[in-house]
Design a protein around this ligand. Sequence first.
Ligand SMILES: [Zn+2]
Length: 209
Amino acid sequence: MDQTEATPVVPLEAGAGPENPPCPACGEPLFGWIGRKDGLEGPVRRCESCGLAIVGAPGDAAAALHELDSLRREDMVQIENRGSFACALGGAGWSGLQPGRRHLFTVEAVRRLVAQRDQVVKSARWRPLAGLAGTWQTLLNSVTFGRNVALGALRDLPAVPAAQPWQRRIDALASVVLAIPALVIAIPVELLGGLSRRGAVIAIRLELF
Ligand SMILES: [Zn+2]
């Protein structure tokens, strides 16, 4: 189904307008993806061409590059992959939708963005353990009231706790009881994702032209 929706029957430019501002990475129009949610600054739009998603009002390429640079770890940039199996499976429950995030990257979006400052993607490597953690959390998000509750507790991932105390108690219990079943599903999902270049977490090395 998704495949059919993603196939444009008219040039994507024809969809450009106030509701569909241009993608800061590739210039194609952005389309609505996820409505406003707790912990997010606004509704989320995505680019059907390069895969970049943007929370709230889209900015320019400089803003996207600034956020990309904030994800730098030593000489690599580590992204939660908007083009991952985990994201396709999780949708609004994807663990990459974190408070404070404005730009949700794919490798292709990074490639387009850094080209604007004369850089190339030298390598893009799947990070299996980080990816597995993200995919596992994405699965748990489908059964909890809050989001990223387990990784928020275990690894300091920005989390959105449920509003009510009783919901938070259920979330804590569900995260413990379902930890192993979620892992059993997450392992093949993330393995298939990683092997088809759609892993949940990708470390990217950039170089000047
Ligand atoms: Zn784009």
